[in-house]
Write a protein that binds this ligand. Structure first.
Ligand code: GLN
Length: 410
């Protein structure tokens, strides 16, 4: 059996593939020339299971998606007091490259706009850090978040540095107000190198899944950042990640997210999933056009919205075989992550002639958890295996397998 999550992601990309609105980032020559049709998406659960579709192996520069993760590094290196003294946490309601500071404090409004991200880069490591040490710091942290060594695309970096007047103007402005201590040129160069780190959609979904777990990389098990830092990063992403579209995004889609001008996007739901999407055509505010549409679909179809109440934390699932019978059991509240694990167990375990799903310890299913679980049972039935359900408290009422039939009730 193949997990339906992959079919679902393929279907979402297929449905949106024909939407060619927007254009590649024109102000960085190397990005302007990118293949605009590339399209990939990946979802990683908090257990590290990654489901990827489309152009999932294509690398692109991380660009502004580096900002929340560099903010995490600065919080770890310098502590919240120092970082908040230099960079605020208010949505700016302005474009990402606006030359503006808070009127009274002269801080950039948040770390997601260029002014705040350049100030944040300048805070990395310590007050007298060498420019190379700051770049090394983000490269090392991003690699540990992704779970593999990442690299800088020097061609993209050089291409952006040729057109960096606006970011240089921002850095000089920061220096005149004492927000930036270092040499503005060196900081902009380091920030641009940070933006040129190459990732694919799996890296992005893994990096954001590490935020979703409160900082523990799901595959390596490393606690890459503290839960407090992960919380701060997700909160600021929710408030300001989508620039001047942040309020519309948070209410309509409800997945804290960050976009980059190469066409990447990340999204995160605490205790649930990390999401990475890539599609180079951008909308008017500089967010990936089809990327945004993928998030809208996930939010709608999967009930993935930060404020979708009534969804408890995921709980454990397990499998055991008893002779020719596979017994799957779940506990607690079955939402996306638990259902994804159940589907993986259905897809991956021995091909017994009978499969029993024991939900006697389940408190409830969320809508997406119920639909995913029933689809898994339907696929098992298609493999001509008998499917049985142990559900003494009827937490999965009316378990229709799509053809009007139900599992055998135990
Ligand atoms: N490197 C880009 C810049 O500073 C990042 C902007 C973005 O991805 N929104 O302009």
């Amino acid at each position: 059996m193949r997990t339906p999550i992959l079919d679902y992601l393929d279907e979402v990309l297929e449905d949106l593939r024909g939407d060619t609105a927007g254009s590649t980032a024109q102000y960085i020559p190397e990005l302007a020339a990118a293949d605009p049709d590339l399209f990939g998406a990946a979802v990683t659960s908090t257990t590290g299971a990654t489901y990827a579709a489309g152009d999932a192996a294509v690398e692109f520069s991380i660009q502004s998606i580096s900002k929340p993760f560099a903010y995490a590094a600065a919080l770890l290196d310098r502590g919240p007091e120092t970082v908040l003294g230099s960079v605020g946490v208010e949505p700016s309601g302005e474009a990402f490259d606006e030359l503006s500071l808070e009127g009274d404090t002269h801080r950039p409004r948040n770390p997601m706009i260029n002014a705040g991200a350049i100030a944040t880069h300048g805070l990395l490591v310590g007050p007298d850090a060498a420019p190379e040490a700051r770049v090394e710091r983000v490269l090392d942290l991003f690699s540990r978040l992704a779970g593999r060594p990442l690299q800088v695309d020097e061609t993209v970096c050089a291409s952006e540095l040729e057109e960096a007047d606006r970011n240089l103007a921002i850095a000089h402005m920061l220096r005149t107000y004492g927000v930036l201590d270092g040499d503005p040129h060196a900081v902009v160069e380091g920030y641009t190198r940070q933006c040129s780190i190459l990732v694919d959609v799996r890296d992005l979904s893994m990096m954001s899944a590490t935020l979703a777990t409160g900082g523990r990389q799901p595959l390596t098990g490393e606690q890459v950042m503290t839960p407090d830092v992960a919380r701060q990063v997700m909160a600021v992403m929710a408030a300001a990640g989508m620039y001047d579209a942040a309020g519309d995004w948070l209410s309509r889609i409800g997945i804290p997210a960050k976009s980059g001008v190469a066409g990447g996007m990340v999204g995160v739901l605490p205790d649930q999933v990390g999401i990475g999407v890539f599609s180079p055509r951008l909308d008017a505010v500089g967010n990936s056009h089809r990327g945004g549409a993928v998030f809208a679909r996930l939010s709608r179809d999967m009930g993935m919205h930060l404020f979708a109440a009534g969804q408890g934390p995921p709980d454990s699932v397990s499998a055991r075989t008893e002779g020719d019978r596979l017994v799957l059991s779940a506990q607690g509240i079955v939402q996306f992550t638990a259902a994804a694990e159940l589907l993986d167990l259905m897809a991956g375990s021995a091909r017994t002639s009978t499969v029993e799903l024991d939900v006697s310890a389940v408190h409830s299913f969320t809508d997406v958890g119920r639909r995913m679980t029933l689809e898994g049972l339907r696929r098992l039935r298609l493999e001509e295996r008998s499917v049985a359900l142990r559900d003494p408290r009827a937490v999965l009422p009316d378990p229709d397998l799509g053809d009007g039939s139900s599992p055998e009730l135990l």
